[in-house]
Design a protein around this ligand. Structure first.
Ligand SMILES: Nc1ncnc2c1ncn2[C@@H]1O[C@H](COP(=O)(O)OP(=O)(O)OP(=O)(O)O)[C@@H](O)[C@H]1O
Length: 115
C-alpha cells in the first residue's frame, strides 16, 4: 500500500515540476479552466462534458510526455545532434495533433452555442 502511495507522490511531484517550469502546461491548464467555466455557463450536455474531459486529459498527458522526452533527450544528448532535435520535434508534433483535436472539439461544442 505504501508503494502505491509513493508512486502517487512521485507522479504528483512530476506534475508540480512540469507545471512550474513549462509555460505550455500553464497555458493548457489555463485553457482547461476557461473551457470548464464555459461548460458551466453554456450548460453543456453529459456527452459534451465527456468529450471535454477526454480532451483535457489527452492534452495534459501529451504535454507531460513531451516534457519528459525533452528532459530525457537533454540527458542523453546535451550537445547539438540533429537526431536529438528530430526526437524533440516529433514529440512536439504529437502534442500539436492532440491540441488541434481538442480545439476542434471545443469549436464543435461552443461555436453553435455562441452564434
Ligand atoms: N540537443 C539538440 N540537438 C539538436 N536540436 C535540438 C537539441 N535540443 C533542442 N533542439 C531543437 O530545438 C527545439 C527546441 O528545443 P527545446 O528543448 O528548447 O524545446 P522547448 O519546447 O523550447 O523546451 P522548453 O519547453 O524546455 O522551453 C527542438 O524542437 C529541436 O528542434
Amino acid at each position: 500500500m505504501r508503494k502505491f502511495f509513493n508512486g502517487f507522490k512521485f507522479a504528483l511531484s512530476g506534475l508540480m515540476f512540469a507545471s512550474k517550469t513549462q509555460l505550455n502546461i500553464k497555458v493548457q491548464l489555463f485553457a482547461a479552466v476557461i473551457v470548464v467555466v464555459a461548460g458551466f455557463l453554456f450548460n453543456i450536455s453529459f456527452s459534451e462534458w465527456l468529450a471535454i474531459t477526454i480532451c483535457i486529459g489527452c492534452v495534459l498527458a501529451a504535454e507531460l510526455l513531451n516534457t519528459s522526452i525533452e528532459a530525457l533527450v537533454d540527458l542523453v544528448s546535451p550537445e547539438f545532434n540533429p537526431k536529438a532535435g528530430l526526437v524533440k520535434d516529433i514529440a512536439a508534433a504529437a502534442v500539436l495533433i492532440v491540441a488541434l483535436m481538442a480545439l476542434t472539439v471545443a469549436l464543435i461544442i461552443f461555436v453553435p452555442k455562441i452564434f
